[in-house]
Design a protein around this ligand. Structure first.
Ligand SMILES: *Cc1c(COP(=O)(O)O)cnc(C)c1O
Length: 345
């Protein structure tokens, strides 16, 4: 079983928000439609050539009952960067925010009560023109689908360092949140699952030496003298939760370094008793502990243990759910209309 499907709830919102784009007129205003009416043609660059970028963000109900999304502007910005890489149209931030807010408003009954989970939003931008051929599209569709996100607990996963397959190479699409990155990763993921691991830990494409990220999470290594996370070198995704975590760690007075991190260095420092914790970050799972990294030939890297992952998990939850003052402008309130709507469950 993959990690993500077990976390995102079974309930997909009946209403999706769509905005059509055409190269002469730009984007239409977003509108809500029934999910089954938002179909794409089979002869489309999206189905045929993976002309698709997406985001994943969450909406929460605050302690006072109001709704907000977490770091929606950062997600808007990342969608624009992904779109640029794939020759998809630029989505203005106000349109992104409006479409996300509408998707929450239209499916407000699915938003859990404060502290009980979230509504997961999946904005997606695709080519919608019907044609077969490798070129940029002339019509596009921005959509936002929502699904219930259960309350999260801090879990511990096992990763397998992947030596055969790669996720992304320098110059490729690794920094874009685009469909093809994930389809190409399934075989490695399947093998990791068959070997008893929860997910893959990707290594750099050239040498299979430096740590990149896990399947859908960024990774952090807590050494005795500081925290290290792989640098954004264009082959890994710039996770918003990664960024949030770095900010929170620095606020705690921790040293965080973003740099190239060879797996062999982690292995030798683990042997020397210097590796305290490993954790992964993502919107879907918030923060997960990594209990083990499986290596070829049966060896494994195991951290000693510590309480940083747990403290960060709680701090992230407090920030996301609005239990602490929003010092960084991370919360985007959702319209007054919603405040007076159903109170969720
Ligand atoms: C979405 C994603 C992440 C996590 O990014 P967040 O913004 O923290 O959700 C990390 N790696 C990959 C490959 C992803 O798709």
């Amino acid at each position: 079983m993959g990690v993500i499907p077990s976390i995102l709830g079974p309930e997909i919102g009946e209403l999706v928000v769509v905005a059509e784009h055409d190269s002469s007129r730009g984007f239409s205003a977003p509108r809500a439609v029934a999910r089954r009416d938002a179909a794409l043609p089979l002869a489309s660059p999206t189905v045929q050539y993976a002309l698709s970028v997406f985001e994943g963000l969450k909406a929460f109900r605050g302690a006072a009952g109001g709704l907000h999304t977490f770091r929606a502007s950062a997600h808007a910005q990342r969608l624009r960067l992904s779109a640029e890489r794939l020759c998809l149209p630029d989505v203005p931030e106000p349109l992104f925010l409006r479409a996300c807010a509408m998707a929450v408003e239209e499916n407000v009954a699915l938003v859990p009560a404060h502290g009980r989970g979230s509504l997961y939003l999946r904005p997606t931008l695709v080519g919608s023109e019907e044609y077969l051929g490798v070129r940029t599209a002339r019509t596009h569709q921005l959509s936002v689908v929502v699904t219930t996100g259960a309350a999260l607990e801090l879990r511990t996963l096992r990763l397998r360092a992947e030596r055969d397959f790669i996720r992304a190479a320098p110059g490729g699409c690794g920094a874009a949140k685009t469909g093809a990155n994930y389809a190409g990763a399934l075989l490695a993921q399947k093998r990791a699952h068959a070997a008893g691991y929860d997910d893959v830990l990707w290594l750099d494409a050239i040498h299979r030496r430096d740590v990149g990220e896990a399947g859908t999470m960024n990774v952090f290594f807590v050494f005795r003298d500081g925290v290290v996370t792989p640098a954004l070198d264009g082959t890994i995704l710039a996770g918003i939760t990664r960024d949030t975590t770095i900010v929170l760690l620095r606020e705690m007075g921790r040293d965080v370094v973003e740099r190239t991190l060879p797996l062999a260095e982690i292995e030798s420092r683990a042997r020397a008793g210097e590796l305290l914790e490993i954790f992964g970050t993502s919107t879907a799972l918030r923060l997960v502990r990594v209990g083990e990294i499986g290596l070829d030939g049966g060896g494994a890297i195991r951290p000693i243990g510590g309480d940083l992952a747990e403290r960060l998990f709680r701090q992230l939850a407090d920030e996301q759910e609005g239990r602490v003052p929003d010092r960084h402008g991370w919360l985007e309130p959702i319209g007054a209309r919603v405040l007076t709507a159903a109170h969720g469950r």
